[in-house]
Each structure stands twice: as C-alpha cells, then as structure tokens.
Write a protein that binds this ligand. Structure first.
Ligand code: SF4
Length: 172
C-alpha cells in the first residue's frame, strides 16, 4: 500500500493539468514573501502526508501560498499549522510538535492529512473545473486509506469533496 502512495505522490507532484494553477504556484514561488526571500519555494502540487494505516483523516482546501506551496508539505509553514501539529503531538499522534518542511523527520501515527485541491489557487478560490480535475487524486488517497474511520473536513470545499467521494462510493 505504501508503494501505491508513492506512485500516486509522483503522479501528483508532476501534474500540470490546470494551466491557471500551474502559473500561479510558479509565480508565488518566484516572487516569494519578504520574510522567506532566501528560501527556495516548493512551487509544485502538494500531496497528502501521514500514516497510510491511519484511522483519522484531516482534509483542507488546498496548500497555502506561503505555507504548503513554500515548504512542500501539507498544512506546514503558517501559524494555524503550527497549532495543529502541536495538538497532534500532544495527542500522541506524531513524533515531534513541529512541522517545518518535507525533510524535518516528522512522522504521524494513525492520522493522514490532505487537501481536496493539490495546488494553491488564487484567492483561495478554485474553479469547479479545477476541483473536478484534481478530485481523482483526492479520491485515490481516500481509497488507499483502508483503515479510515474518522474524517475531519476543514471548510466547505473540503467538506463537499468528502461528501462527493462518499456519495460516489455508495453508488458503486
Ligand atoms: S490542481 Fe490538481 S489537477 Fe490541477 S495541476 Fe494541481 S495537481 Fe494537477
């Protein structure tokens, strides 16, 4: 199953299907925010992160322009994510209280975190077409989480994406 996640991750990271979002994520990575001017931004799609055997799933909208789009990891690099990872550590769901970038040694236990859309959208507003195009990656992530019991959706778009997934699953 880990192998499936790795293959999916490679597919997502190389994706260029939404031309508007490809341009936007690159633009942000080039222009940068002043406080991160000396950092190399990730500037590519963000994949889900965590324990493939997780029973708990957190779903957000999309990577933040100077958070995930900078650090290369979902929910990483801004204040709300600092709070989230501290809580996960306190709940013994991770091996460290901080999430700084892709290679900081963080490991999650029993939890997987992802976003409905894998690229940062301008103004946090993806189009319906972009959401639908990206939805297949989100679907696959949920499908691979075979032990899933609890889904926490953060925001309307994330919630709708989860509902859409489960509706489809029930129909099949
Ligand atoms: S939003 Fe999803 S489908 Fe669109 S370019 Fe990014 S990864 Fe690909």
């Amino acid at each position: 199953m880990t192998n499936d996640f790795e293959k999916l991750e490679n597919l997502i990271v190389g994706c260029k299907k939404c031309t508007r979002l490809v341009s936007f994520r690159k633009k942000i990575a080039k222009e940068k925010r002043k406080q991160f001017i000396n950092e190399k931004y990730w500037g590519k799609p963000i994949t889900g992160f965590g324990d493939p055997k997780a029973r708990i799933l957190f779903v957000g909208l999309a990577p933040a322009a100077h958070g995930g789009n900078r650090t290369g990891r979902v929910f990483t690099g801004d204040r709300s994510s600092d709070f989230l990872y501290k809580c996960l550590y306190k709940a013994k769901l991770s091996n460290q209280p901080n999430s700084d970038h892709r290679n900081d040694g963080l490991k999650l236990r029993d939890i997987f975190i992802t976003t409905a859309l894998k690229c940062v959208p301008p103004g946090d507003k993806p189009t319906k077409k972009e959401l639908n195009t990206c939805f297949k990656y989100f679907n696959k992530e949920i499908e691979y989480l075979e032990n899933l019991k609890i889904v926490v959706a953060l925001g309307k778009i994330a919630f709708d994406a989860c509902i859409q997934f489960y509706k489809k699953t029930l129909q099949n």
